[in-house]
Ligand binder design. Structure first.
Ligand code: ZN
Length: 108
């Protein structure tokens, strides 16, 4: 059996609720899901509610949001463990494809 040892050997995809809420491999990484979503979620990667609020009210810049998200969420997790759990899954958030979103930070 081939053992995957680095994060690069995993495939993690991203999409949003509007497009992929019913995708069989979908898993939400949003703090709050839309009412019509009944799939799985992975709250370890969801941004804290206070951080979301701060970014929505423009209390912090996108750059600050990214820095805080990396420090407070991603740096506390084991990348290999996360990659194993999310391998071949489609990470869902509310944001549209071309907009900045924390799910892209996760994949990177
Ligand atoms: Zn997002």
């Amino acid at each position: 059996m081939h053992i995957k040892q680095n994060v690069e050997s995993y495939n993690i995809y991203t999409s949003n609720f509007a497009k992929s809420a019913k995708h069989p491999k979908a898993i939400s990484v949003a703090r709050f899901e839309p009412e019509y979503y009944f799939g799985q979620s992975y709250k370890l990667l969801a941004p804290p509610a206070w951080l979301l609020k701060a970014s929505k009210t423009n209390a912090i810049t996108e750059k600050m949001y990214i820095k805080i998200y990396i420090e407070q969420v991603l740096n506390k997790l084991n990348p290999i463990e996360i990659a194993k759990v999310l391998n071949c899954r489609v990470l869902l958030c509310h944001c549209s494809k071309d907009k900045f979103c924390h799910r892209h930070l996760v994949v990177r």
